[in-house]
Design a protein around this ligand. Structure first.
Ligand code: COA
Length: 178
């Protein structure tokens, strides 16, 4: 468990699978800029075991309510040691600063626990909320990948954001691990 001020990040367990499957099958969960998915529980389970060491955390409020997901994985191949993150919140909990805090906690955790020089994130060029989250968490916009994702019937452009270890500098919000 990674503890912050308003949210904690808890490693996803088998018991979270039903909720995870329910979330990812709902188009509104991923918002308007992410692809649609329909997965059975066993397919969702397989998604959690993959070669890029993708690791999921449930974002929980302090009272234990589960409000979203944040995950990290190695870009292209684990040998590259380059990390990328992704995140989603349930619609009713957006706009309250929770995702920015979750990203900050994740950055503290990754830079404290991994010998990585940079962490990156990609987001649709139209996804202003996601770009704001990254900028507030100290990421810098590095460029745009054109026609990068096929999302909801069309090819979309993605912004690449990155944060370097020297820009992160020191832990900011991770208060405790349990
Ligand atoms: C993107 C997402 C994770 C943001 O989570 P969140 O908890 O709402 O983010 P925060 O509240 O920490 O910050 C959002 C910021 O974006 C701003 N924002 C929200 N919608 C916006 C919009 N349409 N245009 C510009 N800014 C916007 C908010 O005002 C806030 O900035 P502020 O703190 O300066 O007021 C959430 O909207 C979500 O789950 N979306 C669907 C999934 C998704 O797009 N995931 C990212 C994939 S890369």
């Amino acid at each position: 468990m990674l503890e912050g001020t308003n949210v904690n990040l808890r490693v996803m367990e088998k018991e979270d699978l039903p909720l995870y499957t329910e979330w990812i099958n709902k188009p509104e969960f991923f918002g308007e800029y992410n692809g649609l998915m329909q997965l059975s529980k066993s397919e969702a389970e397989k998604m959690l075991e993959n070669p890029y060491e993708q690791k999921y955390f449930v974002i929980e409020k302090k009272d234990g309510r589960k409000i979203g997901l944040i995950f990290h994985f190695y870009v292209l191949h684990p040998a590259g040691r380059q990390l990328e993150i992704g995140y989603v919140l349930v619609p009713s909990e957006r706009g309250k600063g929770y995702c920015t805090e979750a990203v900050r906690i994740m950055m503290d955790y990754l830079f404290l626990s991994r010998d990585t020089m940079r962490v990156q994130a990609c987001t649709d060029t139209c996804n202003l909320a996601s770009q704001k989250v990254l900028e507030k968490a100290g990421f810098k916009k590095e460029g745009v990948s054109r026609k990068d994702f096929f999302t909801r019937g069309k090819w979309t452009d993605d912004c690449l954001y990155g944060i370097l270890r020297e820009e992160w500098k020191e832990p900011k919000i991770l208060t405790r691990t349990a």
